[in-house]
Write a protein that binds this ligand. Structure first.
Ligand code: NDP
Length: 273
């Protein structure tokens, strides 16, 4: 596994997402097992949110990390409609209870909502002082939002990034690098849609004895400062995602990807899912 610095800790370049986990009790055991398998393979950063299955995903994570909390870097997110002075601590308490822990390593504002940023940050800071979170950060923030936030202590910005959704490369990614703000890339596999069928990704994968999904993960994490958080329940997907940390793309591979999926040449509206 390759490691990067995030919120003062060493975290794997490839972690684990949890969206759509916790929705179906019949799949719970497989979801718990997938996260545990991922931790054993070094993907010990887990990303979740109170939104996912309305707390159900956090419960799955809680079950997966029981007895191994110390091995895991835990990221969760507060809904914008809970991001008020009173709402943040209450939401955090509920998340902590579902996660079965007394501290969240990195607590994010899921996207901007109706509450002033200063109010949310003040509530995050209070949680940090109380030891309920170690650091805080944001998600789905564009450059203008980060400038308005104006907080060098923000731990990360979690945004959409994969070979077909490269908008952040025009300005957000360079800005974040310049300000030493780590980026967490969500939907790094473009939710396993058409992208994974693309002939070029198959061709590159074949050259490396890898899969198109592994090529996506190697591409997303090709430079320091970007952490990918693929979600996988299938045991084979979990194994492949962890192994993708050992895949390095050549400059020819990267150029071919640039030709097939060109980098943005002008400002794009920040894409979200
Ligand atoms: P991903 O791009 O991670 O795709 C997930 C899909 O890919 C699943 O269907 C999974 O299948 C499949 N998959 C996983 N590994 C492989 C593999 N090696 N080969 C082929 N298919 C694979 O999409 P997500 O939307 O889940 O994004 C990742 C995470 O990012 C989320 O789970 C969530 O934690 C976070 N997120 C954050 C957002 C935000 O607003 N901050 C928005 C969206 C996501 P299977 O499960 O069957 O193995």
């Amino acid at each position: 596994m390759r490691y990067m610095k995030l919120a003062g800790c060493n975290v794997p370049a490839i972690g684990q997402g949890t969206w759509y986990m916790g929705e179906d009790p019949a799949r719970r055991a497989a979801e718990v097992a997938a996260l545990q398998h991922g931790i054993e393979l070094g993907m010990n950063l887990i990303d979740t949110a109170e939104m996912y299955a309305e707390g159900g995903a956090e419960e799955v994570v809680g079950q997966a990390i029981a007895g191994r909390r110390d091995q895991v870097f835990l990221v969760s997110k507060v809904y914008p409609h809970n991001a008020s002075r009173r709402g943040v601590p209450a939401a955090c308490e509920r998340s902590l209870a579902r996660l079965g822990t007394d501290v969240i390593d990195l607590y994010l504002l899921h996207w901007r909502g109706q509450y002033p940023l200063e109010e949310t940050v003040e509530a995050f800071e209070r949680l940090r002082e109380q030891g309920k979170i170690r650091r805080w950060g944001v998600s789905n923030f564009d450059v203008d939002d980060l400038i308005e936030l104006d907080r060098p202590d923000c731990g990360t910005n979690q945004v959409l990034y994969n070979p077909v959704q490269r908008g952040i490369e025009f300005d957000l990614l360079p800005w974040s690098r310049q300000h030493r703000l780590p980026t967490m890339a969500y939907c790094p596999l473009a939710q396993a849609g058409k992208l994974l069928q693309h002939p070029l990704l198959h061709e590159i994968a074949e050259r490396h004895g890898a899969t198109p999904a592994q090529v996506c993960l190697a591409w997303v994490t090709r430079e320091d400062g970007v952490i990918a958080i693929p979600k996988a329940v299938s045991p084979e997907h979990v194994r492949l995602n962890a192994a993708a940390a050992g895949l390095t793309l050549t400059s020819e591979d990267l150029q071919a990807i640039d030709r097939a999926f060109p980098a943005p040449t002008r400002k794009q509206h920040l894409a979200m899912v």
